[in-house]
Design a protein around this ligand. Structure first.
Ligand SMILES: Cc1cc2nc3c(=O)[nH]c(=O)nc-3n(C[C@H](O)[C@H](O)[C@H](O)COP(=O)(O)OP(=O)(O)OC[C@H]3O[C@@H](n4cnc5c(N)ncnc54)[C@H](O)[C@@H]3O)c2cc1C
Length: 383
């Protein structure tokens, strides 16, 4: 009897990178990809700087699912949602049918977190976490002027910069007292805030909104600090939650994400996970670099050569042209302190341990060029 295929759930960067890496090692083994979206390949990071690149939703799509299927010798089933995993029978349920697997890879991404907003406009708040979301967002802002963004994190700041660059009025609201709260020490955050403000972004920090009401064709939002903001479109960018309910229902161990070990193996020996849905040895790292590392380790494992993932230091470039930035935050729980040096048109923040070891950095403006030299001094995130 033929061996069942390796089945990958998800056609995002994680799903496609593992498929591509696997094909380098095994050109023939049957490979099935199941995806609830269109299954085409696009670069998700480009969604938050598409205007700067003069691209619309169509231009952001790299290759269709048909092209990808040919290129990677994949059986891709697009627009299908996996509704159950049976780890005992080693099969998944799609549209009421079962698909058997030899090994299953969960590359299902994450869901945008939705704030519990009140008001008759709450349902119309958009979020952008995939290509289809971006298409909807571009349609919604077409011919409009005023955008409110909930969340001043990485994604919120990138969209804010891109939208002001395209001529929109942008208001950013966040409960935190500073933008990029989790990534930057206060002085660095103040620097990037000034640069984004100079580009036209209006920040409302240390406050929140609970109510989005329709007002004419747009929306009105009352902030906790008493201000009222009028917006044509409201975009929520307050974070992501790994998609782990399918795994949990199958009896696979989940925590914040789908729990995997250094071999990216879940609590079931034939099921693996990577990307935004996975929690690797306690870490949820929803970024490109960890996905590339994970895919390169998982492919040989799937091909029969068990391999562990290793994370080197993985700095993240923040795509805010008003203030070039690159950050490599210290690992969770790292002990030490920031030393911040303000320069003429930049700011260098280095996080050192008590012993003087470099554990993280945040480079803004002119000093971003120091990224590689500093990254080489950082300890690996996971050896
Ligand atoms: C706007 C934006 C900008 C970003 N910029 C950067 C950046 O500059 N640098 C960086 O490092 N990272 C960035 N990121 C993060 C990075 O893009 C993500 O970490 C990465 O793309 C996640 O890939 P993934 O394959 O894990 O998930 P996804 O791309 O979300 O893919 C998940 C796939 O699973 C499918 N799926 C889910 N559930 C099911 C189901 N039940 N049945 C079938 N299919 C299912 C979905 O349809 C989808 O195909 C950015 C993210 C966003 C949103």
């Amino acid at each position: 009897m033929n061996r069942p295929p390796v089945v990958i759930i998800g056609s995002g960067l994680a799903g496609y990178t593992v498929a591509r890496e696997f094909r380098k090692l095994d050109g023939e083994a049957p490979l099935v990809m199941l995806s609830s979206d269109h299954g085409g390949f696009y670069s998700k990071p480009m969604l938050s700087n598409a205007f700067a690149q003069k691209k619309d939703a169509d231009a952001l799509l790299g290759k269709s699912s048909v092209q990808m299927a040919e290129e990677l010798k994949l059986d891709i089933r697009a627009h299908v949602k996996v509704t159950a995993i049976d780890v005992t029978l080693k099969q998944v349920v799609v549209n009421g049918e079962t698909v058997p697997y030899s090994k299953l890879v969960l590359a299902m991404g994450a869901d945008p977190i939705r704030l519990p907003l009140q008001g008759d406009g709450a349902d119309a708040v958009l979020s952008v976490n995939d290509h289809a979301d971006y298409r909807r967002f571009r349609e919604a802002i077409e011919g409009k002027k005023n955008i409110a963004i909930l969340g001043a994190g990485l994604i919120g700041c990138e969209f804010a910069n891109d939208l002001v660059g395209a001529g929109y009025n942008v208001h950013v609201i966040d409960l935190a007292p500073q933008p990029l709260g989790r990534l930057l020490p206060p002085a660095s955050a103040a620097f990037i805030q000034r640069k984004l403000e100079a580009a036209g972004v209006v920040f409302h920090l240390g406050t929140t909104t609970q109510q989005v009401e329709r007002a004419g064709e747009g929306f009105s939002m009352m902030l906790a600090n008493g201000e009222t903001i009028a917006a044509d479109v409201v975009l929520s960018a307050v974070g992501l939650r790994p998609r782990n309910t399918l795994a949990e229902a199958a009896g696979i161990k989940v925590n914040r994400g789908i729990v995997v070990n250094v071999s990216l193996q879940t609590s079931d020996e034939n099921v693996y996970a990577l990307g935004d849905c996975a929690e690797v040895e306690g870490r949820v790292l929803p970024f490109v670099m960890p996905i590339m590392q994970a895919a390169r380790a998982l492919a040989p494992t799937l091909a029969g050569n068990a391999t562990q993932v290793r994370y080197p230091a993985m700095p993240v470039v923040v795509k805010t042209p008003a203030c070039p930035a690159v950050v490599s935050p210290p690992d969770m729980g790292a002990q030490g302190e920031w030393q911040v040096e303000e320069l003429e048109d930049g700011i260098r923040a280095l996080f050192h341990s008590a012993e003087g070891k470099l554990l993280g950095f945040a480079l803004l403006g002119t000093v971003t060029a120091e990224k590689n030299a500093l990254a080489a001094q950082l300890p690996p995130v996971m050896e």
